[in-house]
Every structure is written in C-alpha cells, then in structure tokens.
Design a protein around this ligand. Structure first.
Ligand SMILES: Cc1ncc(COP(=O)(O)O)c(C=O)c1O
Length: 407
C-alpha cells in the first residue's frame, strides 16, 4: 500500500493496542470471535509471493494459499495496483445499475469457458446456492417440477443451509436439522449409483471434478464423461462445482476440460479474486433460466472484486500460469513420492498424501515450526494447494522441510 496509508494504519493499530491492553491476537480472537473452527497458533501480518510472515517476522513458505485462493500468491503488485486504482475510483454501486468491470469479467469468464451467462456473487457457497436455484427453476419449467439433485458422499459445496445439505458430509449438516429437501447422496466415481438414484424427481447431478475439501479425490477416468451422457439421456442438468478446481489449479483453465465435456452450470470462487471475495455461477443457454427478480446480491459483482478478478485472469493468461501449474504440479507430485509418502494423489497444483497412522496434524505442526504451511485435512491426510506462481526452487525447499518433518 502507498505511503499515505502508513500513518492512518499505524494510528489505528496503536489505538487498538491501547483499547485491548495486553491480550495477544489468539486471546482476543477467543474473546471476541465466534469459535467456528480451530486455528493454528500463528498470526500472519504480511505476505509476498509464496511467502508469509508472522508477527515476529518469521518467514513461511505457503503451500495452502488461503485454501486454494491466492493463485498469484500474496500481495501481487498488479492485483494491489488494480485494487488501489479501483478503490480510488468506484468500490460499490449495487446491482441497481451497470458497472463496466462487472460485464467485462462476465465476458472474460464466458470466453474462457463455454457459451453461458454469469451471475456474480461473493463466495463459493453463494455460487452453488445460485446453481441449486437455477436447477430448481429449470426443473419447474422443463421437468414438471423435478427438484432433486444428486450429489456425492464426501463432497463439499459450502456452509449455507442448502449447500451444506448438498455436500455429502453429515458432520457439517446434521447439527442444523431440519435440512432442506431435495438432495440425494451417492458414492463418488460410481455411475451405477447415480443411475440407481435417478427418478422422475431428479433434476440435476452436482459434482466436484476433484473432491478438494475431503483431501483431493480424483474423478476416475471416464466418470465425468459418462455422467454427462447420463444427464443427456435423462434430461438432467450437470452442475460442476469448480470453486476449488477452477482457473488453472488443475493445469487447465477448468477441470472439466480434462474430460472432453462441458457442464450446464459451473460455479467458481476461491482463486477468482486473488484473495478478494468473489463467486460466479455460469449457466449455458439451456440452463440460463434466471429472470429479473429471481436472484440477487447487494455486493455481488462489485467493481472492486471484479477488477481484482480481471487482473488475476489477465496475469494467469499473460504469464502462462495454467501450463506452469501443470508443470509445477508434476514436480510437487514427484517431490511427495520422493518423501516415501503413501497414496500420493492429485492433478496440477492440487496434491495430497496419506499417513498410515494418524500423524497428519503433528506433521502440519512440525512443518509450521520449520516455516512451511501445509494443510492436514484430517488425522491422516495432507493437502497441498500452493499458489500457481510457485517455482521449482520453492518446491525443492518444501520437499526438504517435509523430509525433516516426516521423520
Ligand atoms: C468445492 C468447493 N465448493 C464450495 C466451497 C465453498 O466456498 P466458500 O467457502 O467460498 O463459500 C468450497 C470451499 O472450500 C469448495 O472447496
């Protein structure tokens, strides 16, 4: 940020420190933030590229990227410049009016993917919520009120009531019963299970092309193409949740491009804004059923977030980061195999491995202490989703640290 902000920022910080006395950041969080998740014992204050720095100035190599968000790493100068420029021009107007960055972003997304139009929102859950509403409206108009969506066991689609129900993980949904109707869960990579679950009520199949949150579970060769054919045969919509896989992470712009298919509806978020919250739901002409009044978002598609996203997309394109992600993904995969890790799996810069014993959390902590950020998704599995800009030297550095931590 420019020097003109340093003064006010310091003053606010000093005021906060005076106001809160001697409590450190975790203690303050405990006192004032709802405890919705567990945090690792570190407070980051700045970042640059693939590196993060804590309050004591300690450096960390970041293989998590804000959970598959910071595609261009931290504090990317062009994203920062775009944000500053847009903040000085126009941050928000609402969707009662037109703004140019919003339509430019929609056009860029459509040009990169498949013929469609775009609804812009603020998160992955909202993008999926839009997709679910599209499917229900499409079913009401085209399939005599069919409304059920088949999703997969273990999937993750967000934390709103509908998306947490769509996701196939009861630990996230069951505390909030009663849940909305209309979601049927089947095992992933099992076409016969989808076939068996399809009834007159079924309107769509909703899948992650790679299941991310549960620990990088790849779709089996041919699975998505066969699901596409089944959807065509039964007149169902295919919704692909590319919130985690989209925008180069798998070594293609979108993961569906590995499978020679296109979805009817695709959702994006995470990496799209380079860290600025934004989500998008794309619907092909067949599924483009929203009409004025059907859906909305006060902040969705605001000029600030859209300028960030336009910048992220143009840097990815200009710097060839999609191909780079494929190349670095292979390198990282090889590095993990070199560690002797079990069940190394992944595509592009979405990689994971398994411990035979419940050691993932201890491994994560050991890496953190040695200046490396990895993500233990459960007791046994570790997920790595670094920025797309990661270099070969950084992969080597990560491998050396993991080699020590794995002992
Ligand atoms: C595949 C997938 N869909 C949806 C979401 C929810 O996105 P958000 O947290 O932005 O609501 C996530 C988040 O991890 C995700 O991985």
């Amino acid at each position: 940020m420019g020097g003109s902000w340093a003064g006010p920022a310091r003053a606010i910080r000093l005021w906060c420190e005076m106001a809160v006395g001697v409590l450190n950041t975790p203690e303050l969080a405990d006192k004032y933030l709802m405890q919705t998740g567990r945090r690792l014992p570190v407070t980051f204050v700045r970042g640059e590229g693939c590196l993060l720095y804590d309050e004591d100035g300690k450096e960390y190599l970041d293989l998590v990227a804000g959970i598959a968000v910071n595609l261009l790493g931290h504090a990317h100068p062009e994203v920062a410049a775009a944000l500053i420029g847009q903040a000085r021009t126009l941050v928000h107007t609402s969707n009662l009016y037109f703004t140019r960055p919003q339509v430019e972003l929609a056009r860029r997304l459509v040009d990169l993917s498949f013929p469609s139009r775009v609804f812009l929102c603020n998160s992955g859950a909202e993008a999926n919520e839009a997709a679910i509403k599209i499917a229900r409206k499409w079913g009401a108009h085209n399939r005599e009120g069919a409304f059920e969506i088949i999703t997969s066991v273990g999937s993750f689609h967000g934390r709103t009531l509908a998306t947490v129900t769509a996701g196939g993980q009861q630990k996230y949904s069951d505390p909030f019963k009663p849940l909305p109707d209309g979601f049927v869960h089947v095992p992933y990579n099992d076409l016969d299970a989808i076939k068996a679950a399809t009834t007159e009520r079924t309107v769509a199949v909703m899948l992650e092309p790679v299941m991310g949150e549960i620990g990088i579970i790849l779709s089996a060769p041919g699975y998505l193409a066969k699901v596409r054919s089944w959807c065509d045969e039964k007149d169902l919509l295919l919704i692909l949740d590319e919130v985690q896989t989209g925008l180069g992470r798998t070594g293609r712009w979108f993961a569906y491009q590995h499978h020679g298919i296109t979805p009817d509806v695709m959702t994006l978020a995470k990496g799209l804004g380079g860290g600025v919250p934004i989500g998008a739901c794309l619907a092909s002409p067949r599924a483009d059923v929203f009409e004025p009044g059907d859906h909305g978002s006060t902040f969705g598609g605001n000029p600030l977030a859209c300028m960030a996203a336009l910048t992220v997309i143009s840097v990815i394109e200009r710097d060839g980061l999609v191909g780079h992600a494929a190349e670095m993904g292979e390198l990282l995969h090889g590095a993990l195999l070199g560690l002797g890790a079990k069940d190394v799996r992944g595509i592009g810069l979405m990689q994971a491995f398994e411990f035979a014993e419940p050691r993932a959390k201890a491994f994560q902590q050991a890496c953190l202490e040695s200046g490396l950020i990895v993500n233990a998704v459960d007791e046994n599995s570790v997920r790595l989703v670094p920025p797309l800009i990661i270099t070969g030297a950084e992969v080597d550095r990560a491998q050396a640290t993991m080699q020590q931590a794995i002992k």
